[in-house]
Design a protein. Sequence first.
Length: 223
Amino acid sequence: MQKTPSFLLLFFINFLFSQSYHFDYFVENTSKETSAKENTWIGNYFYDSKSGQKLHLKNHENGFLASMYDKESQKSHYFYVSKEKSQLTFTYAYSFEHEGSKTIKDINKNDDIEVVKIDSLNYKVNIFKDKQKRKKKYTMDIFIEKNAVDFFEIPMEYSRSEEVIQRLKSYFCCNQKYMIKSSDLANFKYNETYHFEITKFEKTDLTLVLPEKLKIEVPFWKK
């Protein structure tokens, strides 16, 4: 029986006891301000359809910097990314430790959330400042389509976004999978409107392994 070389055995042991992350989709989205400024932003990230974990990419020097936040360990991890032709190479760079969770006042806790079905692939979300629906904060026109996996992302940072998504999903049945393909957002506080669209949702196979000993650095906002 052939023996496994010791360096391979050591590699397998380190792999088993190191934290690893797997991403099975690559996502590209476009956000466009449709009010006065008409700015456009393009975002790229890898996505794990099982855990919802995201690995964001941004330009950095001659390549890219990939970042992800692990909620369970309360750490952010960064990887240098180089590209040769169509091949991406990820090299672990450093990590940040976040402080323990704090009790933060939810300014949206009294909002009234309303999800209205227009048709099977079109929904409207209205978010009011109070239960009496006297003042509207946001509206979203959401367009969905069938997909290989569930993928729901709304075009705003909102503390109750998960509740919005759950109410939206309550209209679906028959174990069909959907994704939010595009949405239009009106923010009445700042009189701004945005169009958000998923332009790529491609199958991929990416596994990243953290080193056994992390390089913990002080975040730039604390220096």
